[in-house]
Design a protein around this ligand. Structure first.
Ligand SMILES: *[C@@H]1O[C@H](CO)[C@@H](O)[C@H](O)[C@H]1NC(C)=O
Ligand SMILES: *[C@@H]1O[C@H](CO)[C@@H](O)[C@H](O)[C@H]1NC(C)=O
Ligand SMILES: *[C@@H]1O[C@H](CO)[C@@H](O)[C@H](O)[C@H]1NC(C)=O
Ligand SMILES: *[C@@H]1O[C@H](CO)[C@@H](O)[C@H](O)[C@H]1NC(C)=O
Length: 502
């Protein structure tokens, strides 16, 4: 658990920052929330019961908002997906929790004008939280929109139901509404919006985009708001179920922020039996603060100062050519023998690292992954493998991947390579991992024993596409990966399937 990165000087920065119009920096907050779940979700409860439950959660969020804004000077706070009513509903049982959320173009401050769009107590309360504490508040709630037979796609119950992010500015005004585009399979309570909404808004501390959880795997809207709308920061409510080796919240989200060159404010739900933990504030050049806690059932507030417009900073990372180095070298040939192994339903081509130092290449289809490494010692009780995957992932959504990974196998039996494992004793003093990627969207991650991240000073991403050690400090690597997304090979739409993220 890492909670020690709270900037001691936030209050000072906030005072300085408030004295000018456009802010060079701002204080970001995210709250990992242990959601108070409804007693039952399989059958509908009354509207009163639903509101009672939602108010219990908002009571907790309110404490976090006050602490962040009043005591720590936060400008914006993000709360998690499903953070106000939980998960696992049917269409009917979520209905009492939904409100009609208008288009922000209507210019509405629910705290001032609560009845303008019918009975909307949750929006009123969130708006008042923002207004009373002078802070932008980001939350995830459910929207309902009536429809009828004049719309051929109108569901039989006569309404659309959307998983929705809302943002209230520091005056309490609704400034953004985003309907989650890439629903995860178990979210049967919600409808897919017809089109991907590209929601952005300007603030004195930069331009913001917003999307939700599983959207992060997609081109629309995640990549579009960054590449085409050039946002500075992303607001990211999520309900993310960690699955090692490659899909753990903190490593994956921080890698995405790094690769896309934006700030990412990621707020996860907290429920250890569901493996939901891992929130953070990530800048393009560094992880600012993160929280990963499988020990307690408590929520956690995180705060950090961020640059409002990171693209203008001298520290902004240069673009990486993820193909350059790997395609300039000949595959390393050694006495290696390849074997197959599964990671999250994808069959990788692995090769075992046989000595304490070496050069290896693993290839699959168009992707060859090169690894040069040096371990402090080659332990007999731990086995590492280099793996390559180039193909369409087809479980819980269809998306095309190219991945190079170095990982510790669960046991010394090669059949366990790719299975989750929590700790490692082998230390790597040197490493360089690269691949012949056919995409510029490659998310680089390194996870150490105990699911810890590596401080930035210990590695670098070279412009020619190598993930390299740089300090010589021995690191207990559990897994490192270059996780590439090849969007042009995706089938038309993400989203259908069966699985675990929400
Ligand atoms: C859930 O059940 C418990 C115990 O019966 C009760 O105290 C609590 O108020 C209920 N929660 C909600 C939101 O109805
Ligand atoms: C239902 O259909 C009528 C006529 O086609 C239309 O005028 C009306 O706005 C529709 N209502 C809703 C809720 O979509
Ligand atoms: C975590 O989520 C599960 C599944 O929804 C639930 O049964 C359990 O009570 C939750 N744990 C806590 C501490 O809320
Ligand atoms: C790995 O390759 C590099 C250069 O390509 C070479 O200097 C080094 O000796 C090789 N290491 C091993 C263990 O073969």
């Amino acid at each position: 658990m890492i909670i020690s990165h709270f900037p001691k000087c936030v209050a000072v920065f906030a005072l300085l920052a408030l004295s000018v119009g456009a802010l060079d920096t701002f204080i970001a907050a995210v709250y990992e929330h242990a959601v108070i779940l409804p007693n039952r979700t399989e059958t509908p409860v009354s509207k009163e019961e639903a509101l009672l439950l939602m108010n219990k959660n908002i009571d907790v969020l309110e404490k976090a908002v006050k602490l962040a804004a009043k005591q720590q000077g936060a400008h914006i706070i993000v709360t998690p997906e499903d953070g106000i009513y939980g998960w696992i509903f049917t269409r009917e049982s979520i209905y009492p929790y939904l409100e009609d959320i208008p288009d922000p173009g209507v210019n509405w401050i629910p705290c001032r004008d609560p009845w303008r769009f019918g009975n909307t107590p949750v929006q009123q309360r969130l708006s008042c939280l923002a207004k009373d504490n002078s802070v932008y508040v980001v939350a995830n709630i459910g929207d309902k929109k009536p429809c009828n037979a004049s719309d051929s796609q109108c569901p039989p119950d006569g309404r659309y139901q959307y998983n929705t992010d809302v943002v209230f500015d520091s005056q309490g005004k609704l400034v953004a509404r985003y309907h989650k585009y890439n629903l995860f399979a178990p979210e049967i309570q919600f409808d897919f919006p017809k089109d991907s909404e590209l929601v952005t808004f300007d603030t004195p501390f930069g331009k913001f985009g917003i999307f939700t959880c599983f959207d992060i795997f997609s081109h629309d809207p995640a990549v579009v708001v960054v590449d085409e709308f050039q946002v500075d920061s992303i607001l990211y409510p999520t309900a993310w179920y960690n699955t090692l080796p490659l899909l753990s919240a903190v490593p994956f989200h921080s890698a995405w922020a790094k690769a896309m060159g934006v700030n990412l404010l990621a707020a996860n739900t907290h429920n250890t039996s569901m493996h939901m933990t891992g929130s953070g504030i990530y800048a393009p050049e560094a992880v600012k603060v993160y929280h990963y806690d499988m020990e307690t059932e408590s929520g956690q507030l995180l705060l950090s100062e961020l640059k409002s417009r990171p693209r203008r900073e001298p520290t902004y990372p240069a673009a990486v050519d993820w193909h350059a180095y790997a395609s300039s070298v000949k595959p390393f040939s050694s006495e290696q023998s390849d074997f197959p192994g599964m990671i999250y339903f994808d069959e990788f081509t692995f090769t075992k690292l046989k000595r304490n130092t070496g050069n290896y290449t693993a290839c699959q289809k168009d992707l060859c992954c090169h690894l040069t490494y040096k371990m402090s010692e080659k332990r007999t009780d731990e086995v590492y493998a280099l793996g390559a995957f180039d193909g369409l992932h087809t479980v819980e959504g269809q998306y095309y991947l190219q991945i190079c990974t170095l990982l510790k196998c669960q046991t010394t039996d090669l059949e366990t390579c790719g299975e989750p494992v929590g700790s490692a004793f082998t230390k790597f003093e040197d490493f360089s991992l690269s691949g012949t990627f056919g995409t510029r969207y490659v998310f680089p991650q390194i996870i150490l024993s105990g699911s810890q991240l590596v401080p930035e000073r210990h590695y670098e991403i070279s412009r020619d596409g190598r993930l390299r050690s740089r300090s010589g400090a021995p690191l207990p690597v559990l897994v490192m990966a270059l996780y590439g997304r090849v969007f042009e090979k995706d089938p038309p739409r993400l989203g259908q399937g069966s699985g675990k993220f929400q």
